[in-house]
Design a protein. Structure first.
Length: 388
């Protein structure tokens, strides 16, 4: 359950093995809370229902295709999320569907809403259309926070909340976009469509609060769109706006990286973005990340962050076949050093509003480190949530 006085949170993202035609998840809360659930699939028709203790259905997502639901849930009830499967089921061994669930105390939305702006602040990608042909190179960094005023309407908009049509003429380019948001308070999606493109490209959830989209584009006209994610027509709105960061990259004749087949990601450089502390008072992720390219005897990766509350920090790196060291700094000095032969772990208390830095130092192994990855789990939780 969620702590009634100080709050707590839950985020779940998992590919679920299809073993039966019906799956259920039961839960209770001890404080009024916000819930969002979302299901994705391909050729399988997946319906989702939320029922209370008396089995009254209070929300549902029953349209064909990706769909979601939102609801306010209260103490004193046992809730059930039920997922049913039907329609055409591809004859594939170990078929799965993807389920996302987020839950947090309703007052936590105030952190998110405080960042909203009265007017829309959307990306300007006009540089992709100036000459009538997409440039050979374009890079929009993900530093800017964008905002869409939803006026209490959480439903997707006809044509998207932002779309841009551009052309690719007499060349081939790689198009890559990364959209960061807050799944619970403002879930978003993106797509790339064209009359010459079949099928269309859609962003894929690769992490908590993030979708990524990548495509190799040749001659044609394309429309890039950003929109709110699908939800049922009676969806409960939580925040007055939808916040996001967008990173977009276009490169001509770019060679596909050697490690593109490896399911891993780049380590985030900062946690002070919409995806993390920009809209929430907690962070928790576990993922596989690429080692940086070795240009010297050792190389470093850094994560910076500024916690909005006094918090506990815990990180853990699984045992690996290389040596690393972990250094933890505040704005003025080294706080702790964690040297380890094959793994690193840190547990520290951090102060509200102070700037911190985690530095991971990797030493070059005596074997080929190409496409080498490591698994990192990182959690930062407010002290009041942990101590109670």
């Amino acid at each position: 359950g969620i702590n009634a006085e100080y709050g707590g949170n839950l985020f779940f993202l998992q590919d679920i093995l299809i073993g039966s035609s019906f799956d259920t998840i039961k839960f209770q809360v001890s404080v009024s809370s916000a819930l969002r659930a979302y299901v994705t699939h391909s050729k399988l028709d997946v319906d989702m229902y939320l029922a209370n203790s008396t089995l009254d259905v209070i929300a549902s997502a029953i349209r064909y295709g990706d769909d979601g639901l939102t609801a306010k849930v209260e103490p004193g009830q046992e809730y059930t999320i039920a997922v049913s499967m039907g329609g055409y089921h591809p004859d594939t061994f170990c078929s799965t569907y993807r389920l996302l669930i987020a839950l947090a105390p309703l007052p936590d939305v105030n952190i998110y809403s405080s960042k909203c702006t009265p007017e829309d602040h959307l990306p300007n990608l006009s540089a992709l259309t100036v000459s009538g042909n997409v440039p050979d190179s374009y890079n929009l960094t993900g530093d800017t926070v964008y905002s869409f005023n939803n006026h209490g309407n959480p439903l997707p908009r006809e044509g998207g909340i932002y779309n841009l049509t551009f052309s690719v003429l007499n060349k081939t380019v790689v198009f890559y976009a990364e959209l960061e948001f807050n799944f619970l308070w403002g879930d978003m999606r993106m797509s790339l469509k064209s009359p010459d493109l079949d099928p269309s490209f859609y962003g894929t959830e690769t992490h908590r609060n993030r979708v990524e989209l990548g495509a190799l584009l040749t001659n044609g006209t394309y429309t890039f769109s950003i929109d709110l994610s699908p939800v049922q027509p009676t969806a409960v709105p939580f925040a007055p706006c939808d916040l996001f960061n967008l990173e977009l990259l276009v490169i001509k004749n770019w060679e596909i990286p050697e490690c593109s087949y490896v399911l891993a990601h780049e380590l985030p450089k900062t946690l002070d973005t919409v995806e993390y502390f920009g809209t929430s008072n907690w962070v928790h992720f576990q993922d596989d990340f690429f080692l940086p390219e070795f240009t010297a005897r050792f190389v470093e990766q850094e994560i910076t962050f500024t916690p909005p509350e006094d918090s506990y920090l815990r990180i853990f790196l699984e045992v690996h076949s290389f040596t690393l060291e972990v250094y933890f700094y505040n704005s003025s000095s080294l706080i702790s050093e964690h040297a380890a032969q094959t793994f690193g772990k840190v547990f520290e208390k951090v102060k509200k509003g102070e700037h911190y830095s985690l530095v991971f130092r990797f030493f070059q192994p005596d074997f080929d480190a190409s496409c080498l990855t490591y698994n990192l789990e990182l959690a930062i939780e407010p002290v009041l949530c942990v101590d109670t």
